[in-house]
Design a protein around this ligand. Structure first.
Ligand SMILES: [Zn+2]
Length: 141
């Protein structure tokens, strides 16, 4: 993704973050590969801080605008659940064996993803569609 496109995405995402009551978070928007191969974006919060990086995977800009909007909403909603995720990841894990923790954490993450995605579906339609994608019909002469 070109730098100018990333800047436009950052503007849109930061605007959405305000709309989703995440004013107390400091966000960095980046482009690059995501940890999960099939993810088109990811959010990575910093432990103990309200700082996070949202990374847009290669090809994000070519997804449909509806999918882009839903994905941005999804990643932002994760930030509202960050505290609960840290309870599981940091606090609860100290009371379990690694094997039990692995099962519990996997189940927790799966349930959280279902909830986050359902909320993203419900909320995204109230956000404007992004107008950040490169225009494939530019020029023409
Ligand atoms: Zn997710």
């Amino acid at each position: 993704m070109k730098r100018g496109e990333l800047k436009r995405w950052a503007k849109y995402i930061l605007w959405c973050a305000v709309e989703l009551e995440l004013r107390d978070w400091s966000l960095t928007i980046a482009s690059g590969p995501c940890i999960e191969e099939d993810a088109i974006a990811q959010v990575k919060p910093v432990y103990g801080r309200k700082l996070a990086t949202i990374t847009l995977a290669p090809g994000f800009e070519y997804r449909t605008r509806e999918e882009q909007r839903q994905t941005i909403a999804h990643e932002l909603i994760h930030l509202h659940w960050h505290g609960a995720r840290e309870v599981m990841r940091v606090d609860v894990c100290q009371q379990m064996s690694q094997a039990v923790y692995d099962v519990a954490d996997s189940a927790y993450v799966r349930a959280m993803e279902y909830g986050v995605d359902a909320l993203a579906d419900a909320i995204a339609k109230h956000l404007p569609l992004p107008d950040c994608a490169p225009r494939s019909t530019e020029g023409g002469h």
